[in-house]
Design a protein around this ligand. Structure first.
Ligand code: HEM
Length: 156
């Protein structure tokens, strides 16, 4: 069972992190280079619409599997040693993971909503500003994701 939970955690992380890597390193730079703002922003909006559903499913899976892994190990360590001290890297992952989820909530409910309103009104400068903010927050989450993975592997 625990192997299945770990696999779920890994798959969800790969979808979210891999999607962000593709958006940041490939899709957006090419869209900015080849397309004028209206087409560029419409393309990004259509891609986000699909990708954000993937992220939401990943978040549910990461949260459920991550808290399960954490509490299962916490209980086992407590039963074996009397103290419930999990590796520090796990606490770093818990905190950074929750922060990433909050940042995504802000991207989706504030930034993306603003972006969609601006696109609907064909206000391209405003849509461009909202897109830049989404991009910055996505980059922040990308960095936090790698930091949390590094912490869970390297910090004991
Ligand atoms: C509520 C948030 C989270 C919690 C409580 C959590 C908890 C954990 C725990 C306890 C482990 C260690 C499992 C073990 O070695 O037995 C782990 C591993 C891992 N987590 Fe998370 N996690 C969370 C969020 C995330 C997020 C957002 C990502 C992706 C960016 C992520 C990616 C990973 C990866 C890739 C591993 C495997 C590292 C390895 O190979 O040892 N986790 N997580």
């Amino acid at each position: 069972m625990i192997d299945f939970v770990k696999l779920t955690h890994l798959v969800a992380a790969i979808f979210w992190m891999g999607g962000m890597a593709f958006m940041i390193l490939a899709l957006r730079p090419v869209a900015v280079k080849l397309l004028e703002p209206p087409e560029q922003l419409q393309l990004l909006g259509a891609v986000w619409k699909r990708f954000f559903i993937v992220v939401m499913v990943s978040i549910v899976a990461l949260f459920a599997s991550g808290t399960n892994l954490y509490t299962t190990a916490f209980r086992a360590i407590k039963a074996a040693t009397g103290t419930g001290s999990v590796p520090l890297g796990w606490n770093v992952m818990l905190v950074l993971g929750l922060l990433m989820m909050l940042i995504f909530g802000y991207i989706y409910f504030a930034g993306y909503a603003r972006f969609k309103r601006a696109v609907a009104a064909q206000d391209w400068p405003l849509a461009g500003k909202a897109a830049a903010q989404i991009q910055t927050l996505m980059l922040t989450n990308f960095v936090l994701g790698w930091l949390s993975i590094a912490a869970v592997r390297l910090v004991r």
